[in-house]
Design a protein around this ligand. Structure first.
Ligand code: SF4
Length: 355
């Protein structure tokens, strides 16, 4: 049976009604819901990808205060945009957002449909559908991980998906069948909210679920086991880094703007430029995960000497940054945290004060 026939037109009507009633009562307050516009929707959707809502809210508020509209953002400097994004990760999102603002500020008419929004770099089908349905009431479904989970359970789909995007493609026709044509923005947000608050990955609250009567997984006692994904292959990598200070300055390595990962962002440099010609005074290990790779980062505190100074001069990607400017230097979130951690723990209190 085609997936969309699992819920008849009549039941789809009742499903929408029950879900929207629940959403009116249980929606969480979010700044982009208080005042809706295409710009605020684009900013919030890009910020919320791969990031927790509680983390996004203060970033969003600072962002829209600094750049209230596409035109303001179009006039920004990329370094300023990256510094304001620092800590949210996946920095290409910030770059795409600025590029999108530049393009849009040159248009006479704003794009309104998901098809039009998808033409901008960095705006995929999910974000385009969110923008067009929330800001322009286009009846297209938004399908993210939360919606996949709800639909897999509602339809009782036991198939094993190779990854999230395969599952999104699979459930999109059912999501479009269910979307409310009168209130598509609210419907989409309600589906995502249901996935986040009730139909959680672990311990779904089926007893209080507004759409439980149409849920096959609940009937079959399978809720927690759906959707099914093939196990991910995780990779590991080890990186050695050099933490080098010169008086009130710290050495950073800035990635060129054309690299794929972390373009334009600064980090604690890798030790490669020293050609093993260094002695670590002290070292410690930190871990972080990017995509499917877990990095073990060995950070070595290294004393600056004349030979190291010469090597630094030969590296165009290395730069000295004064402590007082560190927060504005577009440093990746984990590295900024580790630098601050070290400075706060160090026996050089004047460094802590400088931050
Ligand atoms: Fe999810 Fe349970 Fe609701 Fe089904 S009944 S949609 S499994 S919370």
């Amino acid at each position: 049976m085609p997936l969309r026939e699992i819920i008849s037109a009549n039941n789809a009507l009742k499903f929408r009604k029950a879900l929207l009633l629940w959403f009116v009562k249980h929606r969480r307050p979010m700044p982009w819901r208080e005042k809706v516009s295409a710009y605020r929707t684009v900013v919030s959707e890009l910020m919320c990808q791969q990031t927790q809502i509680a983390t996004v809210i203060p970033y969003f508020n600072r962002w829209v205060k600094k750049w209230p509209d596409f035109k303001d953002l179009a006039r920004s400097k990329e370094s300023d945009v990256l510094a304001s994004w620092a800590g949210l990760g996946y920095y290409n999102r910030a770059r795409y957002l600025r590029a999108c603002a530049i393009e849009i500020s040159q248009l006479k008419i704003l794009p309104t449909t998901a098809m039009e929004w998808q033409k901008f770099k960095g705006i995929g089908p999910y974000t385009a559908a969110a923008i067009s349905s929330i800001a322009y009431d286009e009846p297209v479904a938004v399908v993210d991980g939360n919606v996949v989970r709800v639909l897999a359970r509602i339809a009782g789909v036991k198939k094993v998906f190779s990854d999230g995007s395969t599952a999104v493609k699979y459930f999109t026709p059912l999501a479009n069948h269910l979307v409310d044509v009168q209130q598509p923005g609210d419907f989409n947000q309600a589906m995502m909210e249901l996935g986040a608050l009730v139909c959680r990955k672990a311990n779904p609250s089926c007893s209080i679920c507004p759409v439980a009567q149409w849920c096959r997984a609940k009937k079959e006692n399978l809720a927690e086991s759906l959707p099914r994904f093939a196990p991910k292959k995780r990779q590991q990598a080890i990186v050695h880094r050099a933490l080098i200070f010169d008086q009130d300055k710290l050495l950073l390595q800035r990635n060129p703007s054309d690299v794929k990962r972390l373009a334009g962002m600064a980090e604690i440099p890798e030790v490669d430029f020293l050609n093993n010609d260094f002695k670590s005074q002290k070292s410690w290990v930190r871990r972080r995960t990017i995509g499917s790779v877990t990095y073990e980062e060995n950070i070595n505190l290294i004393t600056l000497n004349s030979s190291i100074r010469l090597k630094i001069k030969k590296q165009p990607t290395l730069e000295w940054v004064a402590f007082k400017h560190i927060k504005k230097a577009a440093i990746t979130g984990p590295h900024l945290r580790w630098i601050e951690e070290w400075i706060n723990l160090s026996d050089r209190p004047e460094r802590g004060k400088a931050l």
